[in-house]
Design a binder for this molecule. Sequence first.
Ligand SMILES: [Zn+2]
Length: 111
Amino acid sequence: MTEKERTEFKKFAAEEIAALETEIPRLAELVKPVAPDNAIGRISRMDNIVNQSVAEAQLSKARVRLARLREAVKRADDDEEFGLCMDCGEPIPMARLKAMPETGYCVDCAE
Ligand SMILES: [Zn+2]
């Protein structure tokens, strides 16, 4: 991975991390249970339960993604081999690294 690519990846990751750091508290707020004495009807209560489970799924995905991005940034800083396939040593395409920052393998070797 060239310096330029490393910088590009780190910039991408930093932006995504910042977005997730905004998104996670927002989702966490949605996941909070609504107090039963809140005067909402049965239908909207059911709506609310559906929305809550959607938010919960998004929240756990966002947390995993955030952890993986942070880990990848650390590796981009510390590991000379970052961005190279751990199996064949070929560079992992940037698009793949961005989509799956946790990956250590190129598409061929991951299969
Ligand atoms: Zn490979």
